[in-house]
Design a protein around this ligand. Structure first.
Ligand SMILES: [Zn+2]
Length: 81
């Protein structure tokens, strides 16, 4: 049996990270408009693993910009073939 132990932390050592298949859905704190960002189109610069970092968001309805915290965790699954 193969097990992965520990937790991925630290710098991911990539300049830009795109996350295909993930979108952030958020309600604008200024106008209440429901908006979303495709994380495969809006990349993350110099991502860190397991650490809360500020992430910017823009409302296409009213132009309001704000930040919230985002943390990237990576899991690795294995199976015997
Ligand atoms: Zn707005």
């Amino acid at each position: 049996m193969i097990k992965i132990k520990g937790k991925a932390t630290g710098e991911l050592a990539v300049k830009r990270l795109w996350l295909p298949g993930l979108q952030e859905h958020v309600k604008c704190p200024n106008c209440g408009h429901e908006t979303w960002n495709d994380l495969n189109g809006d990349h993350i610069n110099y991502p860190m693993l397991g650490k809360w970092e500020e992430h910017g968001h823009y409302c296409s309805e009213c132009g309001h910009e704000w930040v919230f915290d985002m943390k990237i965790n990576i899991t690795v699954d294995v199976r015997e073939s």
